[in-house]
Design a protein around this ligand. Structure first.
Ligand code: NAD
Length: 657
């Protein structure tokens, strides 16, 4: 039993409470049960309303059972979609007023159920999240969501929500019209009851917005802007535009049929398969746990170095309720770091990610210092000082003296061999790499780097720490560049070599945008900084001289002070957001390559380096390497990662899965 039907006077309660689980999800059995309970609702005139809610602590309904959905055969999928659509129709057509009382995650099928109710109220709790994220998985809402959302809030508001798959907090969901009202969690049921004497809802007409001319315009604008962003590489997004735009001019049944046809087609696409695999990989990373005792929760932190990364990490830790001592060598560097943190807090307030109170509290949790403070009470120290092995050795030598022997010592180095720091500390088993990516607030991946001397407890504590601050860990072994930079940086410098050989920067970048990378490699080099990339490339070419060579172009550019965006020019001139190829640096004059040839060269290079990482056991599996590349670099997610792509296309004549 996953559901309960109770009658309280004139109001029926339909309660979701999946057996032996902390979450409610929709599978076939639950839909069948829901169908039966809806049939069992008395037809008597004394019953006036139905309230739907969940008994789970933090979940209303988390959507469809993705395991079933991702493996369902065509007929089974057809049956599941038809069943869901007909049950939700039955809910919509009940003779009494229906209210969804939402607390916790209400996503995908969960929100489609809520959409079939007359009214939706939600708790204003942080756990409440509402939306239709299906397109992120390469499919689309097909239990009526693609039809009922535009009918409720209008096509122009519904389309961006479905295309982005955005999950909204309760307040934002109310603002967009996804729900009717919010209230404190404690009063949710009472609040829902106050809706029970309302009549069944009449949907708004959206006369202007849904007239054929406006719909044609919305469709065209959405398609054009989608093409600019995705180059047509995500079929679910194109299909969603069609289904949602058509939904406002055809009958409910026709639109439900469109939803069904679309999901049938999409769910067997390779894009949906890869995106679902990535979803499962994210879930695995969230739950990753080593055998052994539960590691402690680390709340007292220190961050060494308040540059780009140190300030980003401090911001992130402080907003996750960690106390942070932030240390740098001089007042100017520290002030710059604090300014960066304040700026990020301010942006988060403006974007309503944080309230003013949360932002102030986060700032209060950071203690900036240039002094050698006693750090005995710190449970974890993250070193994010300048990328220089000699300097880091010195820092760890000092830290080793200032810390308690229990403190976890972590370095955020991008590529340096962490093991070489082990000799400089009294407890090398406490040393681990915790490699965040830039910009820290945006990038969810963290490489947790194991060294031969890292103890299992330290590794387990680092994994839990990363999970508890809301990032996704992937465990990698200590080797120059670990996984992500080891694969990314050779790709970037090969792109620079292609430029040096005579290929225009836009042609190189376009070739990789067409492959599905979020940014072309030369634009990315400009963003990262040519000096920073060069530094990592040096470490890698020193470690792997047989196949990683740095183009001489780098020395020439660095000598001229051409560092990329931060110096105003790199492969492009950067002028207040606008970019154009840099006329001051001339590419060479070798024979040109077609875009396909450029793409082939760069793609195979990433796959080859990824294969080396796997062969050298730097990550546990091909899936970990692929996951790290997608999450750490934006490697075309719908292709699944460099090893999945190599397996699917046989570019290396090998299977990695
Ligand atoms: P950065 O140059 O912006 O900042 C380094 C900071 O360290 C400076 O403020 C400097 O004053 C400070 N510092 C130098 N010596 C110190 C000492 N002895 N004690 C305390 N502070 C000291 O560098 P960054 O980009 O923030 O990189 C920091 C680390 O993170 C490096 O190891 C880098 O490889 C790594 N990393 C960088 C990126 C990136 O994209 N920038 C991404 C991931 C990891």
């Amino acid at each position: 039993m996953n559901l309960l039907l109770e009658t309280h006077g004139s109001i029926a309660h339909l309660i979701f409470d999946r057996k032996d689980s902390s979450a409610n999800i929709f599978d076939k059995d639950t839909l069948v049960e829901l169908n039966q309970l809806l049939d069992a609702i008395p037809k008597s005139s004394t019953l006036t309303a139905l309230i739907v809610y969940s008994k789970k602590a933090n979940i209303f309904i988390a959507g469809a059972d993705l395991k079933t959905l991702s493996t369902a055969k065509k007929d089974d999928l057809n049956e599941l979609i038809t069943l869901g659509q007909s049950v939700f129709n039955k809910l919509e057509n009940l003779h009494i007023t229906t209210i969804a009382a939402i607390h916790g995650a209400c996503v995908g099928g969960g929100y489609e159920l809520a959409l079939a109710c007359d009214y939706r109220v939600a708790s204003d709790d942080a756990a409440t999240r509402i939306g239709l994220p299906e397109t992120q998985l390469g499919i689309l809402p097909a239990w009526g969501g693609s039809t009922r959302l535009p009918a409720l809030i209008g096509l122009s508001k519904a389309l961006p929500l479905v295309l982005s798959g955005k999950i909204l907090k309760a307040k934002a969901a109310k603002h967009k019209g996804l729900i009717d009202d919010i209230c404190p969690k404690e009063h949710l049921l009472e609040f829902a009851e106050s809706f029970t004497n309302r009549p069944k809802r009449q949907l708004p007409v959206h006369l202007l917005e849904h007239n054929p001319l406006t719909v044609a315009l919305i469709r065209k604008q959405a398609s054009d802007s989608l093409y600019k962003k995705t180059r047509g590489l995500y079929p679910a997004l194109n299909k969603s535009i069609d289904v949602l735009c058509d939904s406002v001019r055809v009958s409910l049944n026709e639109s439900l049929q469109n939803e069904k046809n679309a999901i049938q087609e999409l769910s067997t696409s390779s894009e949906a398969k890869q995106l679902m695999r990535l979803f499962f990989a994210s879930e695995k990373a969230k739950k990753l746990k080593l055998d052994g005792p539960q590691p402690p929760t680390l709340t007292q932190c220190a961050v060494i170095g308040s540059g780009v990364m140190g300030s980003g990490i401090s911001y992130w830790l402080a907003t996750r309720k960690r106390s942070v001592i932030l240390k740098d060598i001089n007042d100017d560097a520290l002030a710059a770091g604090m300014k960066n943190i304040e700026k990020t807090l301010h942006t988060s307030e403006k974007k309503r990610i944080l309230t003013a109170t949360q932002s102030r509290a986060a700032l209060d949790r950071i203690t900036p210092t240039t002094h050698a403070l006693p750090l005995l009470d710190r449970e974890i120290v993250i070193e994010a000082a300048t990328e220089n092995l000699a300097l880091k050795k010195k820092i760890f030598e000092q830290l080793s003296e200032l810390m308690s022997p229990d403190t976890i010592l972590a370095t955020n180095t991008s590529a340096l061999p962490i093991s070489e720091l082990s000799d400089h500390i009294s407890h090398p088993e406490r040393l681990v790499g915790i490699h965040f990516f830039n910009p820290v607030p945006m990038m969810k991946l963290v490489e947790v780097v194991n060294t031969p001397k890292t103890s299992k407890q330290t590794l387990a504590a680092a994994i839990l720490f990363v999970q508890q601050i809301g990032k996704l860990p992937v465990v990698v072994q200590d080797s120059p560049g670990f996984v992500v930079n080891r694969i990314l940086v050779p790709y970037l410098i090969r792109a620079a070599q292609l430029f040096a050989d005579g290929i225009a920067p836009e042609q190189i970048d376009n070739a990789m945008l067409n492959f599905g990378m979020p940014m072309g490699p030369l634009r990315l080099l400009d963003e990262v900084g040519l000096d920073v990339a060069h530094h990592v490339a040096q470490t890698l070419s020193h470690a792997f001289p047989d196949h990683i060579t740095i183009p001489t172009l780098f020395d020439e550019l660095l000598e001229q002070g051409v560092l990329g965006k931060k110096s105003g020019e790199g492969f492009y001139i950067h002028n207040q957001g606008a970019t154009q190829p840099n006329p001051n640096i001339q590419p060479g004059s070798s024979p040109s390559l077609s875009s396909q040839e450029i793409q082939d060269q760069l793609v195979i290079l990433m796959s080859r380096e990824a294969a080396r990482c796997l062969d050298e056991n730097i990550a546990e599996s091909a899936a970990d390497i692929d996951f790290a590349m997608v999450m750490g670099t934006g490697y075309a997610p719908f292709r699944g990662g460099p090893l999945r792509h190599a397996t699917d296309t046989q570019i290396l004549d090998r299977n990695f899965y």
